[in-house]
Design a protein around this ligand. Structure first.
Ligand code: SAH
Length: 348
């Protein structure tokens, strides 16, 4: 059985090389090749032929294939559907803003969190992504599009806190100076509210931005739309957020998809304000994307809700919607491809 070389940290790779009788600096050389998108060991021209052959016997290099690619005519957003080594597919979205290019990556194949408004979770979770498969989304999106990536958001398919070990390794890899070298300040990680994950991240004290998908400030509503609330309710979630802020000093961003008649009342804005007292939170109001499988409709009260939050001194923004013409929201393209071609994916 060959091992996945791109998922190894420099430390792990150096140790594997030491056991093969190789000097430590080879680790850095190999990482440079892998993180620039090398597809085979034979490309690694500064390694001896004997070493390249030995590596090839022990390791494989992941290379995702573009299964589908959609480019928005409205705003240049590009959505990739990648086919992985085992035939599973995942989505990545590339968005251009005036401050740079942001890539939104997936952390799992599917999701088991069960949020009732989200397309990613409809067919459940298939498996976790490896660190290399997360790195590849950034790397091959950059290579295919020719756009240099400056920011990463872990807001695609999957729950990062449900695959945290691999996510943390990915963060180390993407930060590597021989590779993409993207700093923590340019990375956001979004969770539906898995408290042990928030606590682990707090201990790591990374400089990334934590986003929490709130979507309702009262446990009754939240439990109806987000099953995770039955394990970690709103009170416990805000207690964990306050603790995170106290320890790290880092402002948390709260995601709030506005659903007609469900979470868009003034009393809910007031309750958000109450929960946020003592913490400089930022609330990001998201227009609900219509998901075929759900009965929820977008709210018509976004501006009023934003005003209500602002009247309490809370920073609230309405997220600009990109890629409206290309199924660019979570899980939609993967769902569509699964529906359309139960027999397999056509490559472009
Ligand atoms: N599992 C993580 C990462 C996914 S991020 C999390 O829940 O945070 C994707 C974001 O898009 C989450 O805030 C999610 O709740 C939101 N989302 C999912 N379906 C949506 C929809 N139909 N409309 C708007 N936002 C949606």
């Amino acid at each position: 059985m060959k091992a996945d070389i791109k998922s190894l940290t420099q430390e792990e790779l150096t140790e594997a090389l030491r056991l093969m009788g190789e000097p430590a600096f080879r680790g850095g050389q190999i990482i440079s090749w892998l993180h620039r998108g090398a597809r085979s060991f034979s490309e690694m021209s500064n390694l001896s032929k004997a070493l390249r052959e030995k590596l090839d016997e022990r390791f494989y290099i992941t290379v995702p294939v573009v299964a589908r690619k959609q480019c928005s005519r409205l705003d240049g957003t590009i959505k990739y559907l990648w086919e992985l080594r085992d035939g599973n597919c995942i989505e990545t979205v590339l968005m251009s803003y005036h401050h740079g290019n942001t890539v939104c990556i997936s952390s799992q194949v599917g999701c088991r969190m069960g949020c009732s408004f989200c397309a990613s979770t409809v067919a459940g979770k298939v498996r976790d992504l490896t660190p290399s498969e997360m790195l590849d989304q950034v790397l091959f999106t950059q290579l295919d599009s020719g756009c240099e990536i400056s920011n990463i958001v872990l807001m695609g398919i999957g729950e990062p806190m449900d695959n945290l070990t691999n996510v943390l390794t990915f963060l180390e890899l993407v930060n590597h100076p021989n590779g993409l070298h993207i700093g923590m300040r340019h990375i956001s990680l979004s969770t539906c509210g898995v408290i042990p994950g928030i606590e682990t991240l707090e201990k790591k004290n990374l400089q990334l931005t934590l986003s929490v998908s709130l979507h309702a400030p009262d446990s009754e509503t939240r439990a109806q739309i987000m099953p995770v609330n039955r394990a970690y309710d709103v009170e416990a979630l805000f207690a964990a957020c306050h603790h995170y802020f106290k320890t790290t000093g880092r402002r948390i961003s709260f995601e709030y998809a506005m659903i007609d008649g469900v979470n868009d009342s003034d009393w809910q804005a007031d309750l958000i304000a109450k929960h946020l007292r003592g913490m400089p939170g930022h609330v990001n109001l998201i227009p609900l994307n219509d998901v075929v499988e759900s009965a929820f409709k977008p709210s018509k009260r976004m501006a009023a809700f934003q005003k209500r939050l602002e009247s309490h001194g809370i920073t609230a923004t309405v997220r600009r919607s990109l890629g409206g013409d290309i199924d660019a929201s979570c899980g939609q393209l993967r769902r569509k491809a699964m529906e359309e071609q139960k027999g397999g994916i056509d490559h472009i």
